[in-house]
Design a protein around this ligand. Structure first.
Ligand code: SAM
Length: 241
């Protein structure tokens, strides 16, 4: 493929293991003059860039914004306008609970050529990495990916009527997630599991039920980034350490 100058590539870095980026994403990264990346991207990916490549972390962690979104947008625009190959590297898939689509819209409206390179979302990689299927033929036939945190703190968390629910950003707000699950009619015995740092060497799974998960979060000191999977798929776990 030809990597074009004056263009922005919004690339999904994958869930954490640096080898889980796409071949296309990696090939573009190797050509980049300028990379803006998030905290969640596997840091090792930056080792593939040219010596002359300028790299800036614009991520958000524990409520700390290294750059405001407007500043990130302006920076991307400025660098692409100067005929650079610009990469916006984002954890997981850049269009899943991420601001990739907003960035793409802003840049396109400013006349910049943008290409989106999909990534493997942590929502799907985390369960698969521990042998948990999200669907089971003729048994569990739907899955929803939901945010466990809303910008309006009083807004209700969603718990749609799907076979499997996958929550992102649910650790700090676990009590409201549990409330939403109970309100949806799910019983306390329904199994669930938190997977921390999926596909990284330090990954860990904690299996519980809706009734015990809040207590487990405290006892096991579960920390973000983590994915919560809710539903009978958790009983189908097929994992060897
Ligand atoms: C702002 S969202 C970004 C999601 C990302 N775009 C994706 O597709 O995976 C951040 C949340 O993704 C989840 N997450 C990202 N990477 C993870 C990982 N390696 N292990 C577990 N959860 C992860 C966590 O729930 C974290 O709080």
């Amino acid at each position: 493929m030809e990597v074009k100058k004056g263009k922005i590539y919004i690339i999904g870095a994958g869930p954490g293991d640096p080898e889980l980026i796409s071949v296309k994403g990696l090939n573009i990264l190797k050509e980049a003059d300028f990379v803006l990346y998030d905290f969640l991207s596997a840091p090792e990916l930056l080792d593939h860039t040219k010596d002359s490549c300028e790299k800036i972390c614009v991520g958000k962690k524990d409520g700390l914004h290294l750059k405001e979104q407007s500043e990130t947008n302006r920076l991307l625009l400025d660098k692409a306008s100067k005929d650079n190959i610009v990469v916006r590297l984002k954890g997981g898939d850049p269009f899943v609970f991420s601001r990739g689509s907003e960035e793409a819209r802003y840049l396109r409206s400013a006349g910049i050529n943008v290409e989106v390179i999909p990534g493997i979302t942590s929502a799907f990689a985390a369960p698969a990495s521990f042998g948990i299927p999200l669907t089971v033929k003729n048994e569990i036939q739907s899955v929803a990916v939901i945010t466990g945190r809303k910008s309006d703190k009083d807004a209700e968390i969603e718990a749609p009527g799907c076979g499997t629910l996958v929550y992102l950003m649910a650790v700090a707000n676990i009590s409201n997630v549990v409330k939403a699950l109970r309100k949806s009619g799910r019983k306390d015995e329904v199994p669930c599991a938190f997977i921390e740092k999926a596909t990284r060497p330090e990954t860990r799974i904690t299996v519980a039920t809706i009734g015990t998960i809040e207590e487990k979060v405290k006892k096991e000191k579960i920390k973000p980034p983590a994915i919560l999977i809710v539903g009978n798929v958790v009983n189908k776990i097929d994992y060897e350490d």
